[in-house]
Design a protein around this ligand. Structure first.
Ligand SMILES: NC(=O)C1=CN([C@@H]2O[C@H](COP(=O)(O)OP(=O)(O)OC[C@H]3O[C@@H](n4cnc5c(N)ncnc54)[C@H](O)[C@@H]3O)[C@@H](O)[C@H]2O)C=CC1
Ligand SMILES: CCCCCC(=O)CC\C=C/C=C/C=C/[C@@H](O)[C@@H](O)CCCC(=O)O
Length: 224
């Protein structure tokens, strides 16, 4: 979103001074463009410390696109970030955050593919975080699972263009929103800062909900 991107850059310039940020418009599903965006960032600032794979869509009608954006591009973005961070590439380390959703814990019948992609983000992130630990990449990789958040994405549930045949369930979706509440983006930003600054976290699954705030999912240890 070029307009919002440029507005964000202007805000950062005002707060931190010119030259401290760049905005690069890129379709994350275009692999070469995504690689180029990472490279231009490193060319500009010398190295890459933090990467957040946040792009996401909600489209059950053209569901292959949802998989491309929400899962395939998160995997690609993680691997590109590792090329610029991991000690296996001679770099000095860093941290990566992948954005999933509470839809991976409380599936919604009207978002089957969105739900699948968000499950995939958790599974991939936990696995690659283990690989980073065992392979001594020097990179912490964590996943963030917000509940409903007051952003434009949330309002796509009203659209047949997004929901296809599942749009008839939109009232159920709204009942869930009323039941579980809607978060403000500022709390998600707070969760991201926690994942960035807490060096003890790797492979963590952070949940952010109205009922419990910022907390972590715990998994039963694997039994033999
Ligand atoms: N809003 C909500 O209720 C929840 C959102 N999430 C996740 O949070 C993340 C951010 O979404 P929101 O800020 O809520 O929605 P949003 O619609 O406000 O932001 C999505 C961003 O992704 C970008 N994007 C979409 N497709 C792209 C592509 N092909 N290439 C590059 N950028 C692309 C859009 O330009 C936009 O800036 C998503 O991964 C979403 O699944 C997770 C749980 C709940
Ligand atoms: C249209 C796309 C918007 C994306 C919709 C979501 O991804 C939102 C996530 C869906 C459900 C959220 C439920 C939150 C529940 C919490 O309040 C918590 O109380 C549930 C406890 C279960 C748990 O923590 O595992």
């Amino acid at each position: 979103n070029e307009i919002l991107g440029e507005q964000c850059k202007a805000q950062l310039d005002a707060e931190f001074g010119e030259g401290k940020s760049i905005f690069i418009q890129c379709d994350v599903t275009h692999g070469d463009a995504l690689r180029d965006a990472f490279q231009r960032t490193v060319d500009q600032f010398g190295r890459l410390d933090i990467a957040i794979n946040n792009a996401g869509i909600n489209n059950e009608k053209y569901w292959e696109k949802t998989i491309q954006v929400n899962l395939t591009s998160v995997i690609k973005g993680t691997y590109l970030a590792l090329e610029h961070m991991s000690k296996e590439y001679g770099k000095i380390g860093g941290t990566i955050i992948n954005v999933s959703s509470m839809a991976a814990f409380l599936h919604s019948p009207h978002q089957p593919v969105y739900t699948a992609t968000k499950h995939g983000v958790i599974g991939f992130t936990r696995a690659i975080a283990d690989a980073s630990l065992q392979g001594d990449y020097g990179v912490r990789i964590n996943v963030l699972c917000p509940a409903f958040v007051d952003t434009p994405l949330l309002h796509t549930v009203e659209n047949e263009d997004n929901m296809g045949k599942f749009v008839k369930f939109k009232d159920d979706f709204k009942r869930s929103m009323n039941k579980f509440g809607v978060l403000q983006p500022s709390l998600i930003a707070e969760g991201m800062m926690r994942l960035i600054t807490d060096n003890s976290l790797n492979g963590a699954v952070m949940k952010i909900t109205c009922s419990k705030g910022i907390h972590f999912h715990t998994y039963e240890p694997m039994s033999a």
